[in-house]
Structure formats: C-alpha cells, structure tokens
Design a protein around this ligand. Structure first.
Ligand SMILES: *[C@@H]1O[C@H](CO)[C@@H](O)[C@H](O)[C@H]1NC(C)=O
Ligand SMILES: *[C@@H]1O[C@H](CO)[C@@H](O)[C@H](O)[C@H]1NC(C)=O
Ligand SMILES: *[C@@H]1O[C@H](CO)[C@@H](O)[C@H](O)[C@H]1NC(C)=O
Ligand SMILES: *[C@@H]1O[C@H](CO)[C@@H](O)[C@H](O)[C@H]1NC(C)=O
Ligand SMILES: *[C@@H]1O[C@H](CO)[C@@H](O)[C@H](O)[C@H]1NC(C)=O
Ligand SMILES: *[C@@H]1O[C@H](CO)[C@@H](O)[C@H](O)[C@H]1NC(C)=O
Ligand SMILES: *[C@@H]1O[C@H](CO)[C@@H](O)[C@H](O)[C@H]1NC(C)=O
Ligand SMILES: *[C@@H]1O[C@H](CO)[C@@H](O)[C@H](O)[C@H]1NC(C)=O
Ligand SMILES: *[C@@H]1O[C@H](CO)[C@@H](O)[C@H](O)[C@H]1NC(C)=O
Ligand SMILES: *[C@@H]1O[C@H](CO)[C@@H](O)[C@H](O)[C@H]1NC(C)=O
Ligand SMILES: *[C@@H]1O[C@H](CO)[C@@H](O)[C@H](O)[C@H]1NC(C)=O
Length: 575
C-alpha cells in the first residue's frame, strides 16, 4: 500500500503509483494515505514464490547514442528454452516499469496457469525471454534514490530503453557471465545457433507501458522486431489525462454518479471558500471517514483532532472522496466500486435507492453524510494492494514527469467530474519539479513518444488488445484505453478494432480501423496470462499483473487471435 504522510501533499509513492502503467503498479489512482499512516501496519510478508531459472545479465551501454562515455551497466533477463527448436522464433516478454523478478514464475514457468509467452513458445518451437527495463529491479545503470542526479536520469528515456532491446537482440545469446552460471549455460548452449533477428523472427509482447514499447518497436526497428502483441497500450502520450476518471465515471450507476459529482463539487467549493469553520469541519469529517472502519468502528480515528484536520491540505482532504476508486483499474466497477455505491445509495442499507440519487432528492447534507458513511463502511485495507518499491516509484515518476505525462488531474470544466480539481495539472507539475528539480523538462516531452504516431499509428504485424470502457453499467473498465488506439475520447481519431488479419508486413489498409480486439467488460491488460488454479500468492500486485482477476476469456481470445495472425505472418519472415 502507499505510504504517505498525513500532513504533506501527495507523497512521492502515491504519485508514482498513481501514474504507473503496468498492471502491477500502474494503476492506482492518487491515494493520499492518512489511513495507512495512522492505522495500517506494513503489509505482512508474502509467501515466497518458487525460484525458477536464474537471471542472466548482459552488459549494455548506458548511452547508445553519443560516444560521450563508454560506460555500461548490467541488464537482467531470463530465458526459458524448454520448447525451443532450432530455427524457432524468439518471444520476448517486456516487463516494463517494475522489478521483473516477481513476474518470473508466472510468465516463464506458468505458475498456477498459462502465460502467452510460454504458450506461443510451445506452439511455434520458440525461445521465451523475460526482459527487465533499465532503471528497474536490478537493471540499474545508477543507484536510484533521492540522490540520483539529472545527469543520470537523462539516460532513462524512451529512446535509450528501446535501443536496449535492439542492442540485446543483436548480441544475444551472450557469452555466459560466470557469476550467474545457471542460465549462462542456456545462453552458451545457444551460441552456435542462428537466433539473430536477421535469421529468425523476434516477437515482442507487453501490456500497458510495455505494450507501448512493443508497438513502437515494430515501427522503430522492424528489422529487429518482426511482430508484436500490444495489450492495453496507451500509445498516445498526453500531459492531461483527466480522461482517466472520466472512464470511471462512465462505469458508475447513474444515481451513484450524480451523487459523486455533487459531493465532489460541494467539497471543492467549500474548501475553496472562506468559511474557516466550515473548512475545518469538512476536513475533519473527510479524514474521520477514511480512518474509520466497517460497523461504525471509529477507533482508527481516535487520534484525529480538528486541529490536525485543519492542518491538512485541501488536496489531501478532498482526495478522500477518491478512495473508492483505488482499485478500480484492477477490478473494474462491479468488484470495487459497486459495493461502495450500494451503501451510498441506500444510506447504509437503511432505505431504497432512488433513481436521481440522494442529493437531488434529499439535499447535499444527506448525500455528503451517506458518502462518508460508505467510505468508512468499505474495508479498503482488506483489499490486497502492492507493497511499495521505491526504485520503481521514483523511476516511473521520472518517466512520466519527463516524457509521458498522463497527469490524472481533476478537470473543473468537466460537469461530471468525480475527481477533485485540487488535483490540478499545476500540482502534478509542481510535484515533478520538487522531486527532480533542475534537469527535468519544464513539462513532459510527449512528442518523444508521439513521434511514432500516437493513436494514429498504423504498424504492420502488430495486434492491439484492450479492455472495454464501462459504457454499460456494472461492467469493468480499462481507463487506459482512453489513450490507446481504441480510444473514444472526443479528441481521439476514434478508430475501431478489426479482427481481420492484415497481410504480413503491410499496415492495415484502413487507418480508421486497427488490427486487434477489445474485450467486453474487461480490465486493463487482462490477457497476458491466465490463472487456472487458485493462488493465495495473488495478494501482491507486483506479482500478479497483466491478467484478469475476473475472467479467463481475454487470455484465450487474445492468444487465439494472435496465433491466427502469427500463422499468417511467420511464414513470410525474410521474404
Ligand atoms: C505460494 O508460493 C509458495 C512458493 O513460494 C508455494 O509453496 C505456495 O504453494 C504458494 N501458495 C499457493 C496457494 O499457491
Ligand atoms: C519453462 O516453462 C515450462 C512451461 O511453463 C515450465 O514447466 C518450466 O519449469 C520452465 N523452465 C524454467 C527453467 O523455468
Ligand atoms: C544521499 O546523499 C546524502 C549526502 O551525501 C547521504 O547522506 C545519503 O546517505 C544519500 N542517500 C542515499 C539513499 O544514498
Ligand atoms: C557479471 O554480472 C555481475 C552482476 O551484475 C557483474 O557485476 C559482472 O561485472 C558481470 N561480469 C561480466 C564479465 O560481465
Ligand atoms: C552450468 O554448467 C556448469 C559447467 O558445465 C555446471 O557445473 C553447472 O551445474 C551448470 N548449471 C546449471 C544450473 O545447469
Ligand atoms: C460557516 O460554516 C459554519 C459551519 O458549517 C456555519 O454554521 C456558518 O453559518 C457558516 N458561516 C457563514 C458566514 O456562512
Ligand atoms: C452502517 O450499518 C451497519 C449495520 O448494517 C452499522 O453497524 C454501522 O454502524 C453503520 N455505519 C454507520 C457509519 O452508521
Ligand atoms: C476497529 O478498528 C480498529 C482499527 O482502527 C481495529 O484494530 C479493531 O479491531 C476494530 N474493531 C472491530 C470490532 O472490528
Ligand atoms: C501543522 O503543520 C505545520 C507545518 O507542516 C507543523 O509544523 C505543525 O506542527 C502542524 N500542526 C499540527 C497541529 O499538526
Ligand atoms: C441506484 O444505485 C444503486 C447502487 O449503485 C443501484 O443498485 C440501483 O440500481 C440504482 N438505480 C436505481 C433506480 O435505484
Ligand atoms: C516547473 O519548473 C519549470 C522550470 O524547469 C518551470 O518553468 C515551471 O513553471 C515549473 N512548473 C511549476 C508548476 O512549478
């Protein structure tokens, strides 16, 4: 869970987690964690996952593009050659903005289920690789902490990190690193075979940020990456991502939306006003709701005083209203927000819901009170979250502050906003400035990403998959779809997925469609693996990302379509 401070602005961890894309991290909306700080112990230690193949390291130039320095760093990866047959393709699974190690059992060993990368390897006699991104896990050109300098951060960018893949593909299989003998053996054994991307197809797979990378690689380096599966890839970088919570709002029942919108506006207006008494009282009520637990248990709020509450910033206080959205990206509406809406709309199960919502029927005081009750009655602490990884938090924050943006701000001009407008673009930029200071661009350089086409990109040999918006009530949503090819945002090209497999090496004929699939009612990156037997270890998002906790269908549908595509595309490799 996010560790933050009650009396500071958004914590670094909260911000980083909020904006992270990978299913593991990604996805948490800003969480200002008074509750954690005051009442919640650290997450208890998880069961350990089975250890599988040992990591291998490749020595990579820190700077691929200038001859400024010859310095290198060790980048980590893993190989599973179980299904590999001479001449078979290479399937590279990109883990993106996280420590890749927790993914290992699920992706390269199919712990408790199946993974796309291993199933494809089996079907095509391929070699499976799990790749760790620079500046994450153990692939660190420099130590990542608050002392990391701008001069070091400048090597964490889209181009350098993509070029790592090119460099690796050209160098693999690398000579064994004696300090990591186990997989070095696999690599050494592979030495005599033709695995170079000029000799055999390399296929890249990734979800979320790694999905962006997978799609871009096919455009940027078609001679290295022959085909890609880009899952829930927000390929359009944009500073303003107020659309994130628009997607959430669309998924609510209408009465719940009406009340959420009204309460959000009420809180924003009160906190912006000049009635100090009303402001202090409201902050106290908000924090108390967060600190209280189910069954009217206010024990957790015992230490809260009006004085302390008064000292809390507007954004920290108003963000309490967004607590119910914390797990929305992972679980979708039905599993995460519906229980909240039900308590809200029934006034803690004491009355029937009304179609217009409480505020329209009974006024703002009733609506606000019921909203606070619902916040305290849902036991958010019992919902598994992810343990904090400070390296990941900081590195991803650098990435979004410097290039990707995706500032999930509350838009005061959006009449249906369920996000406080205190979470403004300016606030995000201030946080970026404060964290990185000199050396950070004045605003995210989204053109570094969008130069590959953004949501107009039309690469050959790429399949795009997405979770659906919650256009229908009670569905799950993929808030990142708003920045992907399947976006329906007003400023997007509004392209639609087509399951017709494009001719190999040719961009799909119509730019109003793209090749891929949008899964009805599904969450962000629901298809990179599937869970087939229960796994108590699935309490930590760092280990469980890139799959759907609610359905096995996206995995089988996505894998099936991608296999049909590869059946068409692979035979034309080298022709
Ligand atoms: C959790 O992982 C451990 C291996 O570290 C394994 O022994 C255990 O069976 C797993 N638990 C479940 C329920 O899968
Ligand atoms: C490779 O993958 C297979 C199939 O999932 C698995 O059974 C095996 O344990 C893996 N091997 C290694 C070394 O991880
Ligand atoms: C950062 O630098 C300061 C001053 O040199 C030092 O005291 C501190 O230990 C460093 N922190 C880390 C995490 O390396
Ligand atoms: C082998 O890997 C270790 C661990 O990253 C690294 O310190 C060492 O320099 C590497 N050795 C060679 C020869 O690349
Ligand atoms: C790697 O090869 C060495 C020498 O052949 C051998 O001693 C070692 O056990 C091998 N490691 C693994 C994990 O197979
Ligand atoms: C300020 O807010 C308090 C508490 O809500 C209220 O009782 C009071 O009437 C308000 N004062 C003014 C001047 O509106
Ligand atoms: C909500 O209702 C439950 C019983 O259904 C009760 O125990 C609890 O105290 C109520 N919560 C509040 C904040 O009134
Ligand atoms: C009330 O909440 C506190 C933590 O805030 C918890 O320790 C206690 O067990 C809860 N009491 C009940 C009866 O659930
Ligand atoms: C209020 O905040 C200031 C500055 O952050 C701090 O010095 C002070 O101790 C706080 N007061 C209370 C009552 O928490
Ligand atoms: C109102 O909201 C509740 C809870 O989200 C929902 O069950 C109900 O169907 C909604 N609509 C009406 C008309 O009550
Ligand atoms: C962030 O810093 C840049 C200078 O690097 C400055 O131009 C900009 O105004 C700052 N933005 C905010 C919101 O503080």
């Amino acid at each position: 869970m996010v560790i933050g401070s009650l009396l500071t602005l958004l914590s670094l961890a909260a911000l980083a987690q909020a904006y992270s894309l990978g299913a593991q991290i990604p996805l948490r909306p800003p969480k200002i964690s008074a509750r954690q700080n005051l009442v919640q112990p650290e997450i208890s230690s998880q069961d350990h996952l089975p250890s599988v193949n040992a990591a291998e390291f490749i020595s990579i130039p820190i700077d691929h593009f200038t001859r400024e320095s010859v310095a290198t760093f060790q980048n980590r990866y893993w190989v599973n050659a179980t299904y590999w047959k001479e001449g078979g393709p290479v399937f590279l699974f990109d883990s993106g903005e996280q420590d890749a190690e927790p993914l290992l059992p699920y992706y390269l060993q199919e712990f408790h289920g199946l993974s796309a990368v291993m199933r494809l390897s089996k079907r095509y006699g391929g070699l499976a690789i799990l790749w760790e991104h620079r500046f994450y896990g153990q692939s660190l050109p420099f130590p990542v902490n608050k002392n990391t300098t701008a001069n070091q951060w400048r090597f964490l960018n889209t181009e350098q990190a993509l070029e790592d893949i090119v460099y690796f593909a050209n160098a693999f299989p690398v000579k064994g690193n004696s300090s990591h003998s186990s997989i070095s053996n696999t690599s050494s054994l592979l030495q005599k075979f033709a695995i170079h991307p000029s000799k055999t197809p390399w296929v890249m797979l990734g979800g979320s940020y790694p999905g962006i990378r997978s799609a871009i690689m096919r455009i940027r380096n078609p001679a290295t990456i022959f085909a890609s599966w880009a899952s829930s890839a927000p390929v359009q970088a944009q500073v303003d991502m107020s659309s994130y919570y628009k997607a959430a709002e669309r998924s609510l029942t209408r009465n719940c939306s009406a009340d959420w919108v009204a309460v959000t506006r009420h809180v924003d207006n009160t906190l912006k006003g000049d009635n100090e008494t009303a402001i202090s009282n409201m902050k106290f009520d908000l924090l108390k709701a967060r600190l209280s637990g189910p069954g009217g248990n206010a024990t957790g709020a015992a230490g809260l005083t009006v004085q302390k509450a008064k000292n809390t910033s507007n954004v920290d206080a108003a963000s309490v209203l967004m607590d119910p959205l914390d797990f929305y990206q992972y679980y979708g509406f039905a599993s995460s927000i519906l229980p909240f809406c039900n308590i809200l709309e029934t006034r803690n199960r004491t009355s029937d819901p009304v179609e217009t919502g409480l505020v329209a029927q009974f006024g703002i005081d009733v609506g606000f009170k019921s909203f606070l009750t619902a916040i305290s009655e849902i036991d958010y602490d019992s919902i598994p979250g992810n343990a904090d990884d400070p390296v990941q938090d900081r590195s991803w924050m650098w990435q979004y502050c410097s290039e990707y943006g995706f500032y999930q701000r509350g838009d005061p001009n959006n009449a249906l906003s369920i996000e406080t407008s205190f979470l403004s673009l300016n606030l995000f930029q201030e946080q970026c400035n404060q964290t990185f200071g000199k050396g950070l661009p004045a605003s995210p350089q989204v053109q570094n990403v969008n130069r590959y086409g953004g949501w107009n990109m039309n690469p050959s040999n790429v399949m795009f998959s997405n979770g659906e918006f919650g256009m229908i009530f009670f569905t799950s949503v993929d808030p990142w779809r708003t920045m992907g090819l399947a976006s329906i945002e007003s400023n997007s090209p509004k392209r639609t997925p087509s399951p017709i497999i494009p001719t190999c090496n040719k961009p799909p004929p119509s730019s109003s469609t793209f090749f891929g699939i949008t899964y009805a009612n599904m969450v962000h990156v629901s298809d990179m693996r599937v869970l087939l037997t229960p796994d108590a270890n699935h309490s930590d998002f760092k280990t469980v990302g890139f799959y759907s906790p609610v359905s096995q269908e996206p995995f089988f549908a996505g894998l099936g379509l991608f296999q049909l595509a590869l059946d068409e595309w692979l035979p034309c490799f080298g022709k």
